[in-house]
Design a protein around this ligand. Sequence first.
Ligand code: FYN
Ligand code: ADP
Length: 577
Amino acid sequence: MSAVLATPPATSKSQEEPTIDGFHLVIDALKLNDIDTIFGLPGIPITDLTRMAQAEGIRVISFRHEQHAGNAAAAAGFLTQKPGICLTVSAPGFLNGLTALANATTNCFPMILISGSSEREIVDLQQGDYEEMDQLAIAKPLCKAAFRVLHAQDIGVGIARAIRSAVSGRPGGVYLDLPAKLFSQTMDAAAGRKSLIRVVDPAPRQIPAPDAVNRALDLLRGAKKPLILLGKGAAYAQADADIRALVEKTGIPYLPMSMAKGLLPDTHAQSAAAARSFVLQEADVVMLVGARLNWLLSHGKGKTWGGPKQFIQVDIAPTEIDSNVAIAAPVIGDIGSCVSALLAGLGSGWAKPPAEWTGAIAERKDKNQSKMVATLAARPSPMNFHSALSVIRDAVKARPDAIVVNEGANTLDFARSIVDMYEPRKRLDVGTWGIMGIGMGFAVAAAVVTGKPVIAIEGDSAFGFSGMEVETICRYNLPVCVIVFNNNGVYGGTDVNASGTSDVAPTVFVKNARYDKLMEAFGGVGVHATTAEELQAALGEAVASGRPTLINAVIDESAGTESGRITSLNPSLAKKK
Ligand code: FYN
Ligand code: ADP
């Protein structure tokens, strides 16, 4: 329990009675629930909270912008199944954190955004307080749950509710509003201690109904061309051994969504990743495990999906079912429980899928993979995405425990298929929204939470959103190697201003920028790499030394395609097609 701050007034009957204030109740409530790290940005009214939390043994990681602290909290939540905490000041700081909170909710990552706020009396009468804003009302539609605590004795309940809301059922973002006055409120220390809640079983197992499991198994048994599709919900669930056993015992080919890569090694014989289009079109029964039929899967219909098929969907959220197309066999429960029930139901006489199906997939895979090998072997000058990524592919193969963070357009799309992952939860990327700006926040969280090397593969545009956080990486001396794929602009650097004025085109950046100098400015290692050999040497050194490093990888400015592989979402390109 933490130190007692305030001395009771002389008139109090309990002169000797120790008291505790709101600051310490918040800290103690977090500690009681094993929360050991806060990602945030100090300022009025939460500066003292960050100081006191650090003094009380919580690791406080301070950022340069709240959005990145929020992204770090979200990634920490995904990696640990404990809600990541992001702490911000009021109004503008809160709003900066809100993008990350909404993104966490969209991606089903558990996090809690805790923001200081102005006093209710003034906010509600709109009397113009310092950073006045009705934060609770604004946060509500953008997160899974939102709470405000007005009295010190309710801090325990507020934090317990926030934790439960974040991690139970479908995980997500929670907003916790703590008005400035709350922090200095005091109460009797013993009563304060008693008011805190240690949350018991915060994410209770949800066992699937046996008939739902049997329905799914019957459908799978009758399939001629079955496919398992693993999503980041499956990665989050930490049911790695059972998921692998289910795939291997059924013998069914599987496709990982990007953040499910590594749940089974990408080199696994049953991976159909290199025959993606083929299996999506041809499969007759598709079992989704922790993946949604959203835009990333073309909503389960249309050209991508070819002929008719039936879906099994394993998910914790019953309302996800039938969201886009009919689901023939929903299996509702937590993935750990669902997968173990499916495994148990397989029995001993399970027949593996027909050889025509697995053989046809292997053929496609071989074709695509041989093409890939040839492309990766080339050493053009300047580097293109493939030659640079082939170096990173080898580095990750050598250090399969390293965490890859990946954002950009072409940099994202090429890295997804080129850089194989070998272990679960080692790939963090732009997720459900395809959001740019997660890079440095995710990288910091990955390094802080796991202590493993982090390799952040960044488009130059994507890096710009969170680039100032390289100071944070240096300040905490984190083992992060940022590789900026520098092709002078968004998608590439060759766009021309059609108006004839002196401005460059909207997608073009300063040519030949030296992002490496940014890392050097804060004491880290900066490397300007113009060849695959230079990139390889610098990356090897960075991973071995663990020193904060930024490699400015010079990429052919004409190598990218506009919008990467999602050109269909770009109206002018879609029209041209
Ligand atoms: C995949 N492929 C491979 C391999 N892995 N070939 C050889 N070897 C290996 N290891 C093949 C695969 O079969 C596909 O070919 C192709 O490479 C691309 O694979 P990918 O990346 O899995 O598939 P695709 O169609 O690009 O994926 C669809 C998607 C993905 C929607 C899931 O594009 C995605 O996650 N997009 C997110 C994009 C995003 O968020 N962008 C940010 C916006 S940036 P075929 O089978 O021949 O098709 C702002 O502009
Ligand atoms: P991807 O982008 O990889 O396809 P999504 O984020 O779209 O993945 O889908 C993840 C799904 O996983 C969500 O529908 C979510 O409800 C579900 N999910 C998350 N955690 C669990 C869990 N522990 N058990 C079951 N389902 C889960």
